[in-house]
Design a protein around this ligand. Sequence first.
Ligand SMILES: NC(=O)C1=CN([C@@H]2O[C@H](COP(=O)(O)OP(=O)(O)OC[C@H]3O[C@@H](n4cnc5c(N)ncnc54)[C@H](OP(=O)(O)O)[C@@H]3O)[C@@H](O)[C@H]2O)C=CC1
Ligand SMILES: O=C(O)C1=N[C@H](C(=O)O)C[C@H](O)C1
Length: 248
Amino acid sequence: MTLISAPRIGIAGITGRLGTLCAEEAGDALVGGLSRTADAQRNITTDPAALAKSCDVVIDVSHASTVPAHATAFAQAGCAWVLGTTGLDQGAQDAVNAAAQHIPVLQAANFSPALTLFLELARQLGAGLPDYDAEILEVHHRQKLDAPSGTALAIGRAVAEGRGVNFEDVARTDQNGRRPDGAIGFASLRGGQIVGEHDLVLMAADEQITLSHRALDRRVFARGALLAARWLAGRPAGLYTMADALKR
Ligand SMILES: NC(=O)C1=CN([C@@H]2O[C@H](COP(=O)(O)OP(=O)(O)OC[C@H]3O[C@@H](n4cnc5c(N)ncnc54)[C@H](OP(=O)(O)O)[C@@H]3O)[C@@H](O)[C@H]2O)C=CC1
Ligand SMILES: O=C(O)C1=N[C@H](C(=O)O)C[C@H](O)C1
């Protein structure tokens, strides 16, 4: 393994809300970006393979529909991939898993250090309160395309892991009908310019506990993405998490 001390960084989704901030945080390490509209002056291309050949790691905060093509292009180019895009279907996730056989991939629905620890706490709460009703509320800006958020799903998966149950068997996004025992429920609110709010509530008849995270500035995600990119470049092929990148 040859870690890269100052990796050349590309950004897929460079014109977006988060991609723009990632470009700012990358500074001189930024070599270019990926967009549906090319911009030669900013070295922004429409071709993922072209971007991947010019950098050591790509930070990907674009759109779920681009993930399969990015997986192929980045794997073929041997470029490390920090994937923050959410809303992936199973086919897209399969493409990510396949790419991780060939290149280092760090996939995180949330690049925040505090939210990364939140996931560990959620596992512990799931394990420690197995019979409590677990519900996850997330609130985001009005432009967000996917629901529940990738972070909310990751929190639900952490609770399920703590309980030793299969997440797909217990996840509940349609709150109609009687609440099954052991379900993990989700609710989403969209409005204004909320950056990202997540609450995990565990409820019993005689008490409840709530774990909350509030992202106050989108830059927390950008700084986390850059930390992940600088950690990932040069590592062996595999699928990594934000917790791996934050290990002391
Ligand atoms: N992991 C984390 O910490 C975080 C993850 N996210 C996730 O990152 C992603 C981007 O979020 P955000 O920056 O707010 O979104 P934006 O819509 O602002 O940016 C996404 C960019 O992707 C491109 N894009 C949009 N739609 C399509 C499409 N249908 N096909 C191809 N490209 C498209 C656009 O670039 P162009 O028009 O130039 O092609 C757009 O600028 C989302 O999935 C979001 O959930 C967001 C915040 C934090
Ligand atoms: O779309 C967003 O803005 C965010 N998306 C991510 C998610 O889906 O969890 C992370 C963060 O909550 C902001």
